[in-house]
Write a protein that binds this ligand. Structure first.
Ligand code: SF4
Ligand code: SF4
Length: 97
């Protein structure tokens, strides 16, 4: 049995009414779509660096007396809050500023 050739993609045939996200390159950081954000209680933080070690996107930053979060790249996964041995990180619902 003969195989039929698949139709090739032709960019000239993209409909004009497609959503822009399918036709244009849009740069987004996790901070643009995150639904929750971690908040560090500076008084509870003992600088053990567990959050820094386990953050999958390496957005935990060392401060002089505590560890803090870089919110541009934090995706709000909550691993830091779950794993902090001091209970120093709380997740709060993200709101539009
Ligand atoms: S895991 Fe908790 S106690 Fe340890 S550095 Fe991070 S916020 Fe501080
Ligand atoms: S919520 Fe996730 S991405 Fe954000 S700082 Fe914690 S571990 Fe990293």
């Amino acid at each position: 049995m003969l195989k039929q050739a698949r139709p090739r993609f032709d960019p000239a045939n993209i409909p004009d009414d497609l959503c822009a996200i399918g036709t244009e390159l849009i740069t987004m950081l996790p901070g643009d779509w995150r639904s929750e954000r971690p908040i560090v209680d500076r008084d509870k933080c003992v600088k053990c660096a567990t959050c820094w070690l386990l953050c999958p996107v390496q957005c935990v930053v060392e401060m002089p007396a505590w560890f803090d979060i870089s919110y541009d790249s934090c995706k709000g996964c909550g691993i830091c809050a779950t794993e902090c041995p001091q209970g120093a990180i709380a997740m709060i619902i993200e709101t539009e500023d």
